[in-house]
Design a protein around this ligand. Structure first.
Ligand code: UD1
Ligand code: CA
Length: 490
């Protein structure tokens, strides 16, 4: 063993969570884009621990699978039966081994505990001579919590569970958050001495306090003023409340860092989202996952972005987008649906009622109106006409559509992929492009217009259309002549 003080974090997450009434383990329910246990692990990482062990029990297959995704480096300790918090910590030491230094216990269902609080708590413990420190809070309603019993000199004498407490002890408003730090070497041996002779027949971690005091060791409390940081989630009412409170804190952090959020109440930002200064977030915006937004961007209103990368000065209005990249100065919306793998390059545009998937929109290229562009490559400065479809799927496989630089494709075009339109090429309105168009060419597939005069009077007599046509022809008999001219233009 080295002389360096080591830190081992133990995350307790074996409990049942019956009151969630869920098929999903309690600690896997998310708020602000992370599972409850994910929040606990993120806070734990702030103290740069040498090892992290998560104690799993109830529905452990699902919890272990999730931990493999979000934190593959953490150890798992299986507590098959939930015999109490003291027992859970003993199980953790079985996988942590003969560690010395400090052991820090946190709960997997206390999501607002901040990295800063945990760092301060640990530093305070390390600077003391205590065998054990407990993070406590003074609460208006201490019901259900373990109470902190102090001696007249203020030192901690015991932690007494609600069910084991006297009336006098129940009146104490300072509670055990459950978060404790202790000397690992001492704690391991002391844990083997705790019993379960109490109202719940459980092995209480809190009994370490009594053992330390009996041995003449020091025990101290670190009071946190921000009570929400110690609150656990037991049901979905608390989950929603904690989710809203965490969101309020995240939004406030961005406001203080120079982001304008017009309406914090309708703006939801996940914990890991990054936003540059002077960006404006409009009402009804949700920013999820690993989304990053540059400076001076305009996001919203009514926009949901998941795992998006948005550059400086971009504008994203009434858009639903995921797993895509929007470069600086590009614009999305209003009413744009961007699916994974899309990249809108500098100054590019996906406009109203456009769906894009796995498509690169080159610098300054535009898809302004009513289109589906899937599996496409749109060159720099190209313009895609209104009502365009990239027909990417032949029923078996997906194919790519490539549009060259500064090409101009007209309205109501269908590109039957795989197909390539060369640089600077044009297409005519209503064209179905089935074969490649060379650079600089014009492709037109619509046939000449056929106009059958008098068809409505002959085939739809007596309809309002026939009456309207008759009236128009009476007023201006040259109309028929004009349509003839148009046909000869083609
Ligand atoms: C515990 C504390 C109490 C404190 C309260 C704060 C003890 C004896 N009591 O009480 O002083 O005020 O937390 O919320 O420590 N867990 C396991 N395995 C077990 C039992 C629990 O992993 O065998 C986990 C749970 O999943 C949960 C945490 O430990 O994350 C606390 O368990 P819980 O049953 O909620 O403890 P409380 O009785 O509320
Ligand atoms: Ca609890």
């Amino acid at each position: 063993m080295t002389e360096q003080p080591t830190t081992s974090v133990i995350v307790l997450a074996a409990g049942g969570g019956t009151r969630m009434r869920s098929r999903r383990p309690k600690v896997l329910h998310p708020i602000a884009g992370r599972s409850l246990v994910g929040h606990a692990i993120a806070a734990a990482r702030a103290v740069r621990p040498d090892q992290v062990a998560v104690v799993v029990g109830h529905q452990r297959e699902q919890v272990v699978e999730h931990l493999g995704e979000i934190a593959p480096d953490v150890l798992h300790a299986v507590q098959a039966e939930q015999l109490g918090t003291g027992h859970a910590v003993s199980v953790a030491f079985e996988v942590l081994g003969d560690v010395d230094g400090t052991a820090l216990v946190v709960y997997g269902d206390v999501p607002l505990l901040s990295a800063e609080t945990l760092e301060e708590f640990l530093a305070n413990h390390r600077d003391s001579e205590r065998a054990l420190s407990v993070l406590t809070a003074r609460v208006p309603d201490p019901h259900g919590y373990g109470r902190i019993v102090r001696r007249p000199d203020g030192s901690v004498e015991a932690i007494v569970e609600e069910k084991d407490a006297s009336d006098e002890q129940r009146a104490i408003d300072e509670i055990n958050s459950g978060i404790v730090a202790f000397d690992a070497r001492w704690g391991r041996s002391a844990l083997s001495r705790i019993g379960n002779d109490n109202a719940q027949g459980e092995y209480y971690l809190t009994d370490l306090v009594g053992i330390a005091v009996a041995e003449g060791r020091q025990v101290g409390a670190f009071v946190v003023d921000d009570v929400a940081q110690t609150e656990g989630v037991n049901d979905r009412v608390q989950l929603a409340r904690m989710g809203a409170e965490l969101n309020r804190r995240i939004v406030e952090r961005h406001l203080r860092a120079g982001v304008t959020v017009i309406d914090p109440a309708t703006t939801w930002i996940d914990a890991d989202v990054a936003i540059g200064t002077d960006t404006v977030i409009r009402p009804g915006t949700q920013l999820h996952g690993a989304t990053t937004i540059g400076q001076d961007a305009e996001i919203g209103p009514d926009t949901t972005l998941t795992d998006m990368e948005v550059g400086d000065g971009a504008s994203v209005v009434r858009t639903h987008a995921s797993l895509s990249v929007v470069d600086a100065g590009a614009t999305l919306g209003p009413f744009t649906y961007v699916r994974p793998g899309t990249h809108v390059q500098v100054g590019g545009k996906l406009g109203a009622f456009v769906e894009a998937k796995n498509t690169r929109v080159g610098p300054g290229a535009k898809v302004p109106h009513l289109s589906y562009v899937g599996d496409g490559e749109i060159g720099e400065g190209a313009n895609i006409g209104a009502g365009t479809i990239f027909a990417n799927y032949d029923g078996v496989a997906k194919h790519r559509t490539t549009i060259g630089r500064h090409a101009r494709t007209a309205s109501n075009n269908t590109f039957v992929a795989p197909v390539t339109v060369g640089d600077g090429a044009f297409t005519g309105a209503g064209t179905t492009v089935r074969s490649d168009v060379p650079p600089g060419a014009l492709a037109v597939s619509a046939g000449p217009q056929r106009t059958m005069e008098g068809w409505v009077a002959a085939k739809r007599a007596g309809t309002p259309s026939a009456a309207a046509a008759e009236q128009a022809l009476e007023n201006d008999p040259t109309t028929a002549q004009r349509s003839d001219d148009q046909e000869s233009d083609q």
